[in-house]
Design a binder for this molecule. Structure first.
Ligand code: MGD
Ligand code: MGD
Ligand code: MO
Length: 768
């Protein structure tokens, strides 16, 4: 028997302050409120014409890929193939407000530093190239040509190409990403950190080691076949809302959905599909039929406990829980894994995971009874010290049941940014493979550097040490997204030059190198005309499907340049017309870039032709398509991971970080988080009511949060305690507000991803 979902909730605090309101979390996600919100954002920010036009072309054939998350679109698209949060992302980008040179004349950098990130973003689209020269207090206008000359001059002055760092965020198109990595490597460095280092790096590293491929092994069609879908450390209701419609269909078919999360997220409880009229009313579809309230970073223990329960079951009924044939044929390391799991102790596993044995057995029951199982995960698993182990434990569970190479089964890391996966495919990686470098050499007749470059965290260390002279960012908000905000901001000021290629204003424009340049980029929603010809770009979603994307709106200003054009202009100045890379020509016609890609990157043969004829195509995946594991042994590997328990002193907690329903990463749309019942403030910390009592504090009180790491402490204050249904000893608060607490050295082993989601902290009462 599977235990029913617990409906006992902590009584929540309602503040009398006018703006702030805390109420019960919502029971149902989606519905009419989602539609109203989507339209409100689009119409209010972008205006009726720009807004509607943009929304109707989101994710459509001939339109642009939604700049929101990396969840794929169904082959049969609905008229409104976007979600509430995709609409917010589109509206935020399609806004008609402008940040012009006059704006920068009005506000000094010091004044802008006093504003919060939400205000900065709300000023609108960056519309003019500007420069902040050493000693200046204001950014001032600069002509595009002068900006490119200045950048090229600074790059030429470097003593070594490794003094330059080229960061990428995940919205960049394949075409721009390919040229950007080419620019860095042509210069002679692999310093190509990206947001993936902060995101699914742990997934890529974990999967490559044990499966021989770093990408997920399922397609959208597999969700139509799965008997069970496990979702660990992911909040699709806010971050991948279109996934809820997929889950709803699975639930209607009778598939089990299991959520593994310290929070019982609304998006995984019930759902009304806002794209269907029937979704406007009623109590919605039950999504997760089992919620497992794991303790923060208790996942390794939980996965091992599920395995233990599967072995128990197998013992009493051989053949009922383990696919012995698959294991014998396709895997290595099974005996060591089995012996390790047999040696684990129930008491330890339940204590570390914080999950009751009945619930563990229920989860194992679902796994064993299901012929086809998909495991999805996101940041709740990838941002811990033992993140790689988290993911390899998932693979262990999937291998036990033989869930690879079988339709309806597999591993599904759900990507964040809409093209973060594509950027990596295009070579945005500080640790390129030799095969990739050889291909580049064949195509462009220069030898790219082999020495591995700096990732995102190591770039910050290098900046602190004064080793980085030029920092360039293709999108993103480096100083807010990374750990230890104050140290990172200071580190950035040690660079000689920082260059931000951006669409919206953010804090990374305010903590800069001695000279700073902002280059305003054309966005994905806008038409891209080069040399009189309209261009399209392409992107790859979370499931390895590559599709074309073409903006539909008139560019908000004539002074915007495409990312491709910007990279090419820098390349042209650096390497001249005789260069084997024809920088000028490539910017004039993006087909030429795709031709290079088709010869350099496997899976992209006939790139232009396929995009033209089919609009989209799936990249091959050896595990999914052929059950081929490109590991040293040519088998999939079971791995053994010892349990690590964070020892907390009295009064200490584990703090995780969350996105609200009204933000996209560091871009905050409002102070509300509708599903969690939090309104009017993001300075909150969610805690178990019993913990609040035990500390002698009360719900609604203001506290300071101190993080503890080795002998270091970091503190932020003014956070309101909110009693919430969260396991004892666990706290949750919003990203990026808590980033000043994250130690730069507290990273995941192997992937070097910051452990944003398991900070050791203590609380004390503090004034607001
Ligand atoms: N609207 C919107 N969409 C987005 C984004 C956005 O900010 N806004 N961001 C995009 C990006 S770049 C990314 S990477 C994805 C992020 O998508 P998610 O990974 O869903 O984002 P988070 O809010 O970080 O959510 C982490 C979830 O993990 C849970 N969790 C926290 N700690 C643990 C733990 O120790 N164990 C387990 N099992 N669970 C835990 C949290 O309660 C939360 O539900 O979304 C993408 N899509
Ligand atoms: N504590 C904590 N920290 C985290 C996380 C967490 O869960 N907890 N999550 C991490 C994760 S998963 C990620 S992915 C990172 C995100 O890190 P980033 O990707 O660096 O940050 P974003 O907030 O997505 O970047 C937003 C900025 O990108 C620019 N931009 C937007 N669209 C475009 C475009 O089309 N072109 C160009 N050129 N610029 C554009 C705009 O100027 C905007 O202000 O944060 C990480 N940080
Ligand atoms: Mo991400």
């Amino acid at each position: 028997m599977i235990p029913m979902r617990s409906r006992i909730r902590t009584r929540l605090f309602v503040t009398r302050r006018s703006k702030e309101k805390i109420s019960e979390p919502r029971e149902v996600a989606g519905g009419i409120t989602a539609v109203v919100n989507a339209l409100r954002h689009a119409l209010f920010k972008a205006g009726p014409v720009r807004g509607t036009k943009a929304l109707l072309k989101t994710n459509q054939t001939g339109g642009f890929d939604c700049p929101g998350c990396g969840w794929p679109e169904a082959e049969k698209r609905s008229v409104a193939e976007f979600c509430e949060n995709g609409a917010k992302a589109v509206a935020d980008e399609a806004t008609s407000s402008r940040v012009t040179a006059e704006f920068f004349a009005r506000y000094s950098v010091a004044e802008l530093r006093q504003k919060d990130g939400r205000w900065l973003n709300a000023q609108g689209r960056l519309c003019a190239p500007v420069v902040l020269r050493e000693g200046d207090e204001h950014y001032s206008p600069i002509a595009w040509d002068d900006a490119f000359d200045l950048i090229a001059a600074q790059l030429r002055m470097l003593r070594s190409p490794d003094e330059a760092v080229f960061y990428t965020s995940g919205r960049t198109s394949n075409e721009a990403a390919f040229l950007y990595q080419l620019l860095a490597r042509r210069l002679g460095t692999n310093n190509l950190p990206d947001c993936s280092n902060l995101c699914h790096e742990s997934s890529g590293r974990a999967l490559t080691e044990v499966l021989g491929s770093g990408k997920g092994t399922v397609t959208l069609e597999d969700f139509e076949l799965a008997d069970a879908i496990f979702i660990a450390g992911q909040n699709p209701g806010s971050n991948h809302p279109r996934m809820l419609a997929t889950l709803q269909r699975a639930s209607h078919r009778g598939a089990h959905i299991v959520s593994i999360n310290p929070l019982d997220e609304t998006g995984l409880r019930r759902f009304r599909n806002p794209q269907k009229i029937s979704g406007y009313a009623g109590s919605g579809t039950l999504l997760a039929d089992l919620h497992i309230p794991v303790r923060i970073n208790g996942d390794v223990a939980l996965f091992q406990a599920i395995a233990k329960a599967l072995f128990d079951r197998e013992k009493s009924a051989p053949g009922s829980a383990i696919d012995r044939d698959f294991i014998a044929r396709h895997t290595a390391g099974f005996d060591a894994y089995r012996d390790y799991i047999r040696g684990t102790v129930w008491g330890t596993l339940t204590r570390v995971s914080g999950v009751d044995i009945d619930v563990i057995r229920a989860a194992a029951e679902i796994m064993a009874e299901s012929r086809r199982v998909i495991f999805c995960w996101a940041m709740g698993l990838t941002q811990h010290k033992n993140a790689v182990a988290n993911i390899q434990e998932i693979v262990n569970l999937l291998l036990l049941g033989g869930h690879f190479g079988r339709a309806g089964s597999g591993a599904c890391p759900v990507r964040g940014h809409s093209n973060v996966q594509g950027d990596r495919t295009m070579g945005i990686w500080e640790k390129p493979s030799n095969d990739f470098l050889d291909s580049l050499q064949r195509e462009f007749r220069f030898r790219p550097p082999e020495k591995h470059g700096l990732d995102t965290v190591d770039s910050i260390h290098a900046m602190r040490a004064g080793k980085v002279k030029v920092f360039m960012a293709m999108g993103g908000n480096y100083v807010s997204a990374t750990p230890d905000t104050e140290a990172t901001q200071r580190a950035m000021t040690r660079c000689r030059l920082s260059v931000q290629i951006s669409t919206k204003l953010n804090r990374s424009h305010l903590y800069t190198g001695k000279t700073a340049i902002i280059l305003p980029a054309l966005s994905r929603t806008e038409m891209d005309i080069q040399n009189g010809q309209s261009q399209f770009v392409s992107v790859e979603n979370s499931m390895g499907v590559v599709r074309r994307s073409a903006g539909v709106l008139n560019p908000l200003s004539e002074d915007l340049r495409s990312e491709v054009r910007i990279v090419c202009e820098i390349g042209k100045r650096m390497f001249g017309a005789g260069d084997p890379v024809k920088w000028d020509g490539l910017a004039d016609n993006y087909d030429g870039i795709r031709e290079h890609i088709s010869r350099v990157i496997p899976g992209f043969e006939d790139y232009n032709k396929r995009l033209e004829e089919e609009n989209e195509f799936a990249l091959p995946h050896p595990v999914r398509d052929q059950l081929r594991f490109q590991t040293v042994t040519k088998k999939a590997h079971f791995t053994v991971h010892g349990l690590e328990e964070t020892v907390l002193e009295d009064g200490q907690f584990l703090l995780t970080s969350l996105r609200s329903h009204d933000q996209f990463n560091t871009t905050v749309y409002s102070d509300n988080d509708r599903y969690r019942g939090i309104h009017g403030s993001r300075q909150v910390v969610l805690a178990n009511a019993a913990d609040i009592r035990e500390l002698g504090l009360s719900d609604g009180m203001h506290v300071a949060i101190t993080s503890h790491f080795r002998d270091q402490t970091r503190m932020i204050s003014g956070f309101r305690l909110v009693a919430y249904d969260i396991p004892r000893g666990c706290l949750a608060a919003y990203y990026p507000e808590i980033n000043p607490l994250v130690p730069l050295e507290q990273v995941a082993r192997i992937s070097n991803t910051p452990a944003y989601k398991s900070l050791v902290v203590s609380l004390k009462p503090a004034a607001r």
